[in-house]
Design a protein around this ligand. Structure first.
Ligand SMILES: *Cc1c(COP(=O)(O)O)cnc(C)c1O
Length: 428
């Protein structure tokens, strides 16, 4: 029989760290990764046929669960007509029309193949539109791996202890300024130190790559105001929050408008898709309309579009899902807080909608510093305790748990049982 150990032993010889994306390697939680053979609904099976309740959901895309019939059927139908044309297809028009209909302020989008590409391109548009160079980002926010964004980055960069990557030249990173999340004063002082130089402020409207850290009331509104005053553009990186917090993403959820929005994850339904968009006047700067160059051989790929379109249509037609997911998120978070008290393990459970993180610290976590105060040794034991009990979560403190519409009450009660047993072990 196949085993994860044996596959990983082969993998490390031919893939750096045995993986194609760092955080999957599980080194920081003292483990080697499980190799997944298949997935259905809210469950995963590894190559040894062990079943897990999945709270990673491919890091966000699988909001309807795995092998969701409408998505799978749409992909199967598209595959028969050809995998890629490198020419326009109807699905990409429908996809763009649907996104523009659902997302506030979105008048045009450009499809790309990853969240990284979406961010990289949106930054280029912002610089092209303003004629300015500098970008403000927030410590612990992750925006993919383009050079300029690998400065105090979250997610795998943070997990691996390299929030600033090797191989990024001072030139590439020199125009990136870093502010503190939930701290408008830190943004204001950067803006006044660089008058007329800041092209954009880019933010995860809900930080989810240093663990989940929701914006404090007034933070996003404040960013909007600072952008209006300074002439910088506001970019919401909605690669996680888009179509997850609400159909219209964080803009709808918080009632704050961004100038440019980036997407990924959910919009591909599990296929490699990203997108960026905004007002027509900005997006018409993109080639071939305008002078901001950006292109992609597989962009708007018909199979990927079919998957994303099927998922977005289902979400549009069942928008009540968002309330339901939010209720379940709040329920799970509250139960975990109670278990923390009952077992006397200090936990902070940050939750918003279907996103949730358990931090092991006494103090509320509202920014990067707070997230870094979490007890990582405890986190490692928590992760391993859950996994042993069939609960599959992200192998890093600095990530979210993703709920899907496929999780059932039974999944939750098994999860909470496993959580309680694990917390009792952590106390010792
Ligand atoms: C995942 C993520 C990205 C990068 O997307 P990829 O598809 O992994 O390149 C960018 N921004 C945020 C907020 C993300 O969570």
């Amino acid at each position: 029989m196949k085993s994860s150990e044996a596959l990983f032993a082969r993998a490390v010889k031919v893939l750096p760290g045995g993986v194609n994306s760092p955080v999957r390697a599980c080194g920081n939680v003292g483990m080697t990764p499980r190799f997944i053979a298949r997935a259905k609904g809210a469950h995963l099976w590894d190559v040894e046929c062990r079943r897990y309740i999945d709270y990673v959901g491919s890091w966000g895309p699988m909001i309807l669960g795995h092998d969701f019939p409408e998505v799978t059927e749409a992909v199967q139908a598209a595959v028969k007509n050809g995998l890629s044309f490198g020419a326009p297809c109807e699905a990409e028009v429908r996809m763009a029309e649907l996104m523009c209909a659902l997302v506030p302020g979105l008048e045009m989008v450009r499809m790309v193949s990853s969240g990284t590409e979406a961010v990289m391109s949106a930054l280029r548009v912002a610089r092209g539109a303003t004629g300015r160079s500098k970008i403000i980002k927030f410590a612990g926010n992750y925006h993919g791996h383009c050079d300029a964004m690998l400065v105090k980055a979250g997610s795998g960069a943070l997990t691996g202890g390299r929030p600033d990557s090797l191989g990024v030249t001072p030139g590439a990173a020199g125009d990136t300024l870093t502010a503190n999340y939930n701290d408008l004063e830190s943004v204001r002082s950067l803006l006044s130190a660089h008058p007329g130089e800041v092209a954009a402020i880019i933010v995860e409207p809900v930080a989810a790559n240093m663990g989940v850290v929701p914006p404090e009331p007034g933070f996003l509104e404040g960013l909007r105001r600072l952008c209006d005053e300074s002439g910088a553009l506001l970019i919401f990186d909605e690669v996680i929050t888009g179509f997850r917090l609400a159909l219209g993403g964080a803009q709808e959820f918080f009632g704050v408008r961004a100038d440019l929005v980036t997407f990924g994850k959910i919009i591909g339904g599990g296929m490699p898709v990203g997108a960026y968009g905004g007002k027509r006047a900005l997006m018409e700067l993109v080639a071939p309309c305008g002078g901001v160059y950006q292109a992609g051989t597989l962009s708007g790929n018909p199979v990927a579009m079919a998957a994303g379109l099927a998922q977005l249509r289902h979400l549009r037609d069942h928008a009540e899902l968002y309330d339901e997911l939010s209720k379940r998120g709040a329920y799970l978070a509250q139960c975990l807080r109670v278990l923390g008290e009952r077992t006397q393990v200090p936990v902070q459970v940050n939750q918003i909608g279907s996103l949730l993180t358990v931090f092991f610290t006494e103090a509320p976590v509202t920014n990067f510093q707070g997230a870094c105060a979490s007890d990582l040794d405890r986190f490692g034991r928590w992760y391993r305790g859950l996994l042993e009990r069939g609960i599959y979560t992200a192998p890093s403190q600095f990530e979210a748990l993703f709920l899907s519409a496929a999780h059932t009450e039974e999944d939750f009660s098994r999860t909470l049982e496993a959580a309680e047993e694990t917390l009792r072990q952590l106390r010792r």
